[in-house]
Design a protein around this ligand. Structure first.
Ligand code: URP
Ligand code: ZN
Ligand code: ZN
Length: 462
C-alpha cells in the first residue's frame, strides 16, 4: 500500500518544512519535493494549507481501568476511537493489580484486555503493594517490552505506597532502565484535610481542591525526586498541576537529576472556579484544578523544557455516576475527567494558535518527548524516513466547536462543551492507514498493535 501526502508543511521538533510525503507499507518512505505519481500510489491526500504532525502519543490513559470498585467509562474500543478522532495514534495505559497475581501476570491479562484497541498501545504496570518477588518480575517486564511502571503517593488504602517501597522498587527500575511514573501528592495529610473539611460541613466540590493544596503536591514531588535520586532511577512526575510542583522539577533538573514532568490540558485550560459551578463534580480530578495564575506558569514550563510532555489522564466517569456517588460529599465523587479526545486540539488551540508555544514545541510535548522517554523513539514520535507513518493532517485555518453530542468518548459530558478551537484535524493516519477523518473513526476494528518498548536512554535530549 502506497500513500502520497502532497503540499503540506511537515513539522518536527527541529523545524517546519513544506514537503510531500510518501508512505509505503506503514512507514514513511520519502520526504521532500516528490513528483506527483498519482498513477503509482493507492491513495493521495491533499494537505494544502495544513500541517503534517507526528501522531499524538498519550502516555497517561486509564481505559477499562478500575478505581476502587468503579470502572472508567471508556474501554479500549471506545477510548481508542476517541483518541484516534482527536489525533492520538499511540497510548500507554495503566494496568491494575490483581491480588495474588504477579506483575508479569498483570501484563499478560492487560495485553488480552487491550485486544480491541484501535491505536497502538503499551502499558505502565502499576505497583500498589510490595513483596520481594515483584523485584524478580521487573526484568521479565522489561524483556516483554514494558519500560515503565507506576507508583502512587496518594489514594490511601487504594493505591498508595510508602517511601520504603518506592525506594526498593526504584533501585531495581533504575538498574533496568525502567521509568518510574509517580503520582505526587501526600496522601496521608490529604486524608486528614478531607476529614477536617467534612467535619466542618464543607462538602461541595470546591473543597476537593482545598483539601489537596499545591503544597502537598510539591512536597510529594520533592520526596519522590530525593528517593529516585538515592535509588539512581529516572523519574517521571505525572499530571503536574501547580507552579509550586513544577518548581521542584526545575530545581531537580538544574541539579542534574533525571526528572521529567508531565502536565495535562485540564490544568492548562480549566481552573478552580470550575469546581464552584453547579455541576462542579464534573471537574473533580486529582491533583485538583488550581488557581488560574498557575496556567501561564505551566505553559512557560512547557515552552522552556521544565515540563516535557502532555498526557490526558483520561479517567472518565459519567456525570450521573459522579452525582449518584458523590452528590453532597466531594470525597465520594469518582476522580477524573474525560480528556483523550480533545487534548491535542485544546493544546494546539491555546498553545500554538494563542502563541504560548511554538509549533515545534507542540510536536515535542505531544509526540517526540513521550516517544523518547518511554522507549518508542524513533519508531514513533518522529517524521523521518523509516518511522511509522503515524501522522495528523491539521488545518490551522479552520475551527471546530467541541460538544458532547459529537464526541466519541463514551461519557455523558465534555468539560469543554461549547468551546471553539482553532485547528481542525482533517486526517489521522496510523502506520499509514487512514483511521480518522474530521472527528470520525474510519479504521478497522481492533487494529492497534502492542508496542514493545526499549529501556530508557537518558541521553535523548528531553
Ligand atoms: O483524578 C484522576 N487523575 N484520576 C485518575 C487516577 C490518577 O490519579 O491518575
Ligand atoms: Zn494520578
Ligand atoms: Zn492518571
Amino acid at each position: 500500500m502506497k500513500t502520497l501526502i502532497q503540499n503540506g508543511v511537515a513539522v518536527t521538533e527541529e523545524g517546519a518544512l513544506k514537503a510531500d510525503m510518501l508512505i509505503e507499507d506503514g512507514k514513511i518512505a520519502a520526504i521532500g519535493s516528490l513528483p506527483p505519481e498519482e498513477s503509482a500510489v493507492d491513495a493521495l491526500i491533499d494537505a494544502q494549507g495544513c500541517y503534517i504532525l507526528p501522531g499524538g502519543i498519550d502516555v497517561h490513559t486509564h481505559l477499562d481501568w478500575n478505581f476502587a470498585d468503579l470502572k472508567t467509562a471508556d474501554d479500549f474500543a471506545t477510548g481508542s476511537k476517541a483518541a484516534a478522532a482527536g489525533g492520538i495514534t499511540s497510548i500507554i495505559n495503566f494496568t491494575n493489580r490483581r491480588e495474588g497475581q504477579s506483575l508479569y501476570g498483570d501484563l499478560m491479562e492487560w495485553k488480552e484486555r487491550a485486544k480491541p484497541c484501535n491505536v497502538d498501545y503499551g502499558f505502565h504496570v502499576i505497583i500498589n503493594d510490595y513483596n520481594e518477588a515483584m523485584l524478580q518480575d521487573l526484568p521479565k517486564l522489561a524483556e516483554a517490552g514494558v519500560s515503565s511502571i507506576k507508583l502512587f503517593m496518594a489514594y490511601k488504602d487504594v493505591f498508595q505506597v510508602n517511601d520504603g517501597t518506592m525506594y526498593e522498587i526504584m533501585k531495581e527500575t533504575g538498574r533496568l532502565g525502567i521509568m518510574t511514573n509517580v503520582h505526587a501528592e501526600n496522601g496521608d495529610v490529604i486524608e486528614r484535610l478531607i476529614a477536617e473539611h467534612l467535619r466542618e460541613g464543607k462538602t461541595s466540590p470546591i473543597y476537593h481542591s482545598l483539601s489537596r493544596p499545591p503544597e502537598l503536591e510539591a512536597e510529594a514531588a520533592h520526596r519522590a525526586i530525593a528517593i529516585a535520586d538515592l535509588a539512581n532511577a529516572p523519574l517521571y512526575i505525572v499530571h503536574v498541576s501547580s507552579a509550586l510542583c513544577m518548581d521542584e522539577i526545575a530545581a531537580a533538573k538544574a541539579a542534574g537529576k533525571r526528572v521529567y514532568g508531565e502536565t495535562c490540558p485540564q490544568y492548562l485550560a480549566l481552573d478552580i472556579t470550575d469546581l464552584e459551578r453547579q455541576d462542579g463534580s464534573k471537574y473533580i480530578c486529582s491533583p485538583p484544578l488550581r488557581e488560574r495564575w498557575n496556567q501561564e506558569k505551566l505553559w512557560a514550563g512547557l515552552a522552556g523544557g521544565t515540563l516535557s510532555t502532555i498526557g490526558s489522564d483520561h479517567s472518565p466517569f459519567h456525570y450521573a455516576e459522579k452525582e449518584r456517588r458523590g452528590g453532597g460529599d466531594f470525597s465520594k465523587v469518582p476522580n477524573g475527567v474525560p480528556m483523550i479526545e480533545d487534548q491535542y486540539a485544546v493544546v494546539f488551540h491555546h498553545g500554538v494558535m494563542e502563541n504560548r508555544i511554538s509549533i515545534e514545541t507542540f510536536v515535542r510535548i505531544t509526540s517526540t518527548n513521550p516517544a523518547k522517554l518511554f522507549g518508542m523513539y524513533p519508531r514513533k514520535g518522529a517524521i523521518a524516513v523509516g518511522s511509522d507513518a503515524d501522522l495528523v493532517v491539521m488545518d490551522p485555518n479552520k475551527t471546530r466547536v467541541i460538544t458532547q453530542a459529537a464526541q466519541q468518548q463514551n461519557v455523558d459530558y465534555n468539560v469543554f462543551e461549547g468551546k471553539e478551537v482553532r485547528g481542525l484535524i482533517r486526517y489521522v493516519l496510523s502506520r499509514g492507514e487512514l483511521i480518522a477523518r474530521q472527528g470520525a473513526y474510519v479504521g478497522r476494528e481492533g487494529r492497534g498493535e502492542y508496542i514493545h518498548r526499549q529501556p530508557i536512554n537518558d541521553k535523548m535530549n528531553v
